[in-house]
Design a binder for this molecule. Structure first.
Ligand code: ATP
Ligand code: MN
Length: 537
């Protein structure tokens, strides 16, 4: 389908980002050529379905503490500085980049031209320069792929330079440790070193778009997946932190996939930022996730998986490298997709939470005020793996379900969402894809087939005319029946053997919500504040 072969000149990278004295430059190689290079370089093998399997090295997840933003005239008063957006000086950026250039001296690099944003009105041109062939192939899979003519006349807006083999020296470079990902909005560059984790590349550009789109274009950028019914006009978006089910639940055989992770909501459209998916493969089975399973073939890149002994058959249960095993593939590897990756404004919004306490109902309908409250709270329990150092579920409040990628204050995104919800009949649902029957350790994870049935019921209007009851403390409206789901699991309290323990746990979680929200109290309306859970004393 796509055509390849534009070879740049040595001058291109020198003129734009001062990269010179390089070894061979491989421009816009095809997946087949990149696959060959990876195998010849001893950096990967083919699985029995033809997918390329690689290991990302020391880092098998993102490293949020080593993610910096250059603080200068442009960003000083616009970026929301703190633990998420850690300041880096322009001088130190230049010095570190100089050392990176020295590292790349004489080395071969892979260059990839790509787009972000499926809506042409918001398109951003990216040039990705990588030390490794597989990082470049990841960029091919995950970003939008220009046509041959588009490649010929390609002019990059942003550059990403990714050199996993280059290790920073904190003493000299002012980093925290040897790995780093640094965003420079003035130079329109992202530099990544010391880590091969591919997710840093995609989430780097996501962070850039989370600045540019709301700040400069009045578009709400969202950490969500999206799909649309086969007839169109019923877009659904699924917000959620890592491991809550964005990718899994957006691949639905009855609906067209728009995208699995990053979208913009403009005046009348929801559009994907990316051209591919990045799915978890831990415990993957064809039975539970057929679309994802079948996407794992030539051109896909498996990360950090193990194999069944003596074979090239993946063992998706193998956690010996990490729990965060992944596969990236171009979006058209999924059968049923929206082309281009654009839908209209959503009719249904789902907030996915993997509640490790087993308190939140598997599905509940939110009022507009509750929607705003839960959007700003961004509650989940982090599931092991995607970030370094997290090995069991831990309570997290992450504003807008994606604080780690938000350069602006959360109020900016919340205001945009509020404006979009006001005066519409968009339905907002809270879905617990986490625990039921007790907290983590006692209860068990919600059955995927049940979650799918609840979402299908919501999307097909089958929850519009059923009875609802109110869950105390959280004041959530829970349907009392749902097609293909046993009624007794709909109310979380009834799934717990020990009701007193449920009430206590719910109360404790409510208190955490309240405490977390204190920081927003000053700038939040009374109506939204009234949507907070009511802690019983
Ligand atoms: P990331 O932002 O890191 O890509 P994500 O939100 O896309 O995360 P998924 O890749 O969809 O998360 O991961 C959800 C994982 O949880 C999958 O491995 C899926 O099989 C598993 N899972 C188990 N039970 C459920 C459930 N009830 N609903 C959704 N996912 C479930
Ligand atoms: Mn995902």
């Amino acid at each position: 389908m796509d055509v390849f072969g534009k070879r740049g000149t040595h001058d291109d990278l020198d003129a734009s980002i001062g990269l010179n004295n390089l070894g061979t430059q491989f421009w816009n190689l095809s997946p087949a050529e990149l696959t060959e290079d990876v195998i010849i370089n001893g950096q990967g093998v083919l699985s029995d379905s033809g997918a390329l399997a690689i290991e990302t090295g020391e880092f098998t997840g993102r490293s949020p503490k080593d993610r910096f933003v250059v603080c200068d005239e442009l960003t000083e008063n616009s970026v929301w500085w703190g633990d998420v957006n850690i300041k880096f000086s322009p001088e130190k950026f230049d010095a570190l980049y100089n050392r990176m250039k020295a590292y790349l001296n004489g080395r071969d690099v892979y260059v990839r031209d790509a787009f972000a944003c499926a809506d042409p009105q918001y398109r951003m041109n990216l040039r990705v320069v990588t030390e490794f062939a597989w990082s470049n192939m990841f960029a091919y899979n995950m970003f939008l792929r220009p046509s041959d003519e588009e490649i010929e006349s390609f002019l990059p807006d942003w550059h990403i330079v990714c050199a996993p083999g280059f290790k920073a020296d904190p003493e000299i470079d002012g980093t925290r440790q040897h790995n780093f990902a640094i965003l420079n909005f003035t130079k329109k560059m992202i530099i990544i070193g010391g880590t091969g984790y591919t997710g840093e590349i995609k989430k780097g550009i996501f962070s850039v778009l989370n600045y540019v789109l709301p700040h400069e274009k009045n578009v709400l950028s969202m950490h969500c997946s999206a799909n649309i019914g086969n007839e169109g006009h019923d877009t659904a978006v699924f917000f959620g932190l890592s491991g809550t089910g964005k990718t899994t639940l957006s691949s639905d055989e009855n609906r067209r996939l728009i995208g699995d992770d990053e979208h913009g909501w403009a005046a009348n459209t929801v559009f994907n930022f990316e051209g591919g998916c990045y799915a978890k493969t831990i415990d993957l089975s064809r039975e539970k996730e057929p679309q994802i399973y079948d996407a794992i073939r030539f051109g896909s890149i498996l990360e950090n998986i193990g194999f069944q002994e003596g074979s090239s058959t993946p063992d998706y249960e193998d956690k010996s490298i990490t729990e965060n095993t992944r596969v990236s593939y171009p979006i058209h590897y999924i059968d049923n997709i929206a082309t281009p990756s654009i839908g209209d404004a959503p009719k249904n919004i789902f907030f996915l939470t993997a509640d490790a306490f087993g308190v939140i109902p598997p599905i509940s309908r939110l009022t507009k005020e509750q929607a705003m409250y839960h959007f700003m709270s961004g509650y989940t329990a982090k599931v092991a793996g995607t970030e370094m150092g997290i090995t069991e579920p831990t309570t997290t409040f992450s504003a807008c379900f994606g604080a780690a990628f938000l350069p602006l204050h959360p109020a900016k995104y919340a205001t945009l969402l509020g404006d979009k919800l006001n005066g519409t009949d968009i339905k907002v649902w809270l879905i617990n894809t986490g625990w039921t029957g007790g907290s983590y350790g006692v209860g068990h994870r919600m059955k995927l087939s049940h979650t799918r049935s609840m979402i299908t019921a919501a999307l097909t209007g089958k929850l519009d005319n059923v009875g609802y009851e109110t869950l105390p403390v959280f004041d959530l409206a829970i349907p009392t029946s749902c097609e293909n789901v046993p009624s007794e699991i709909l109310n979380p309290r009834s799934t717990w053997v020990d009701k007193t323990a449920y009430d206590e746990t719910a109360n404790n979680l409510a208190a955490k919500f309240v405490k977390n929200f204190e920081k927003y109290a000053a700038e939040t309306s009374d109506e939204i504040k009234a949507a907070a859970p009511k802690v019983m004393v």
